[in-house]
Write a protein that binds this ligand. Structure first.
Ligand SMILES: [Cu+2]
Length: 278
């Protein structure tokens, strides 16, 4: 009863707020897709789900039939059949055809998300223990994005998801994302965008987004990177092109002072007290 009530409340909350930007209690499906890549991922997922359910039902039906039809009671003398060549060819060929049919859209999607075609701007994302550093190429703007500790949260803010400086990008704009890391592996993952990219020290990885809906989107580091791994969230604000231009101008002045590595005390303050040292 308690759980069904929670579920109902979760559903109502989902209806009340149209933009699916954060995980919801008892959420069963993906967050709302807001990029072409995530739309494709959801479509591919839906096809696969139907396919695996049909295959599962078929296998269980065969199994059930075999259990009944070939039970010992009905077959006192066991058959000596060792193989059946035509049948073996069929049960090899059909799965191969199914796998090839899955492979085609899968590879298509992989290459679609790999590189931006004619990007309008480039955002460089750098994973560090334990915060994200963002740089806007060609704009002389870079800043750190550190989690807001639980005790400093304002009402309505999401625990473990809010940061001091969210990254801001314009809507309906192709943004090339370049990823790297300064210390260990991290992973920049934002479910609504369909992006989950490892950031690797000494290497640059690429992906892209073209967000079709204004809003605030959250993600988390998705590669175990040390004690602060759970405390380096991603917050992306997607705004109109005009609002972005205004923000860019202001941010260059306001955030210039935060350039460089934040004080260790700032990062440590974001961690829960039991993880803080010295
Ligand atoms: Cu991490």
């Amino acid at each position: 009863m308690k759980y069904s009530l929670t579920l109902l409340m979760g559903l109502l909350a989902g209806v009340g707020e149209l933009r699916a930007d954060v995980p919801r209690p008892w959420q069963m499906h993906f967050q709302e897709a807001v990029t072409p890549v995530m739309e494709e991922i959801v479509r591919f997922h839906d096809i696969l789900l139907v396919l695996i359910v049909l295959i599962g039902l078929f296998v269980f039906a065969l199994l059930g039939y075999t259990l009944v039809r070939f039970r010992a009671e009905r077959n006192p003398v066991p058959t000596k059949t060792s193989h059946n060549t035509p049948l073996e060819i069929v049960w090899t060929a059909i799965p191969v055809l199914i796998l090839l049919a899955i492979c085609w859209p899968s590879m298509h999607l992989l290459y679609f998300m790999d590189r931006a075609v004619h990007p309008d701007m480039t955002l460089k994302i750098n994973g560090r223990q334990w915060y994200w550093h963002y740089a806007y190429e060609g704009h002389d703007l870079e800043f750190d994005s550190v989690m807001i500790p639980e005790k400093d949260l304002q009402p309505g803010q999401h625990r473990l998801l809010e940061v001091d400086h969210p990254v801001v990008i314009p809507v309906d704009t192709t943004v090339r994302l370049l990823f790297t890391a300064d210390d260990v592996l991290h992973s920049w993952a934002v479910p609504a965008f369909g992006v989950k990219q490892d950031t690797v020290p000494g290497r640059i990885a690429e992906s892209w987004v073209r967000v079709t809906k204004e809003g605030t989107y959250y993600g988390q580091c998705s590669e175990l990177c040390g004690t602060g791994h759970a405390f380096m969230p991603i917050k992306v604000q997607v705004v109109s092109k005009e609002a972005y231009a205004t923000w860019l101008k202001e941010a260059k002045q306001k955030l210039a002072s935060t350039e460089g590595t934040p004080d260790a005390s700032v990062i440590l303050a974001a961690l829960p007290s039991n993880l803080q040292r010295g």
